[in-house]
Design a protein around this ligand. Sequence first.
Ligand SMILES: Cc1ncc(COP(=O)(O)O)c(C=O)c1O
Length: 401
Amino acid sequence: MDTAHRPDRPQIGVGGFEISQRAKDLVAEVLDSGRITSGPMMANFEKEFSRLHDSRYALMTNSGTSCLQVALAALKEMHGWEDGDEVLVPAVTFVATSNVVMYNGLRPVFVDVDPDYFTIDPNLIEERITERTRAIMPVHLSGLPCDMDPIMKIASHHALRIIEDSAETMFARYKGRTVGSFGDIGCFSTYAAHIITTGVGGICTTSDPDLLVLLKSLVNHGRDSIYIRMDDDQKSDNVFEIANRRFSFIRLGHSFRATEMEAALGLAELEQHEQSIRRRQELARRLTEGLSDLDTMLQLPKIRPECDHTFMFYPIVIRDEGGNRDDIIRYLEENRIETRYLLPLINQPIYRQLFGNLDSEYPVAARLNERAFYIGCHPAISNSDNEYVIEQFHTFFEETG
Ligand SMILES: Cc1ncc(COP(=O)(O)O)c(C=O)c1O
């Protein structure tokens, strides 16, 4: 389609957000407060986030990737893992999940995903476990929790740690319990287009106080945990001991801190999360209903029984009868509906270079890499936008017939 025929309408993006008046007020409060790094706003955000995710603690960082990086580093230190030890990672995820494994000197070992839900397939985990396996990283994809019961059982049987990559999924429950509360550490992203956004940012959850100490230190250059935040020296009678240790670095850490402005945005978004999740679910329900007559051509997202799906986006797989993915993606994009491939990992140029062609070992991932994509499903999408999306899918299949 030449640009002259492109519909004159705003694009329906895969992500979108609206900054509420409350968020603006909280950011203004920060700017007037004289405190722009980890202060009371962040403490409130962390407290509220941990409460909503059934965890004792939360720690804000500057990205979801930073959370994953320090989560692995903390567990590696705590449990004495060696370089070259292995971590199981789903074969469909964002590259960051397995990049951080390598950045921690560990080796990612991929596990294929479930063809219906696109999350790590618990039936395929045990065959990938070796003497060097130390952890599993289940990824709660696009708002849907993994099938956690069998994963936790395998982890406990083989004494493996669990890091939940929940970058795309907040608030969702599996059998009544929220994501981020099953494993040793849960890692969330608040990057633009995520379930709640702070621009850039991340937050990890844990219920283990020793892990929290390690995580805080790793996010703060490896500092002695006696002094992590600016007002930690106000909390003790022994100010000399703090003065003595506050510039002491006891491990190799990172500069992964976030700001009070980001925490203010996060706090405002947390306050309205129920409404926003309801809207995502409503949009997804309508898409599934409106597209269900095309189900010989399109595989639509299923919701695992006993789970919530909080729909960070809406994943679709083109069945063989639906033709090839390029045609529909071209049509949707030309008609102002933005798309993204569904998190291809093993076929990324850098992964092909590092691991070779793994397609025959991971047939479900290989198929999704060829045939899956997602579209937006967020509160900035109006009902009429959503109807337009449904209509465009129908027009495409009528035209290609
Ligand atoms: C599954 C998954 N893990 C990790 C990340 C990384 O999060 P961030 O972009 O905040 O570093 C993302 C980001 O989209 C993701 O989708």
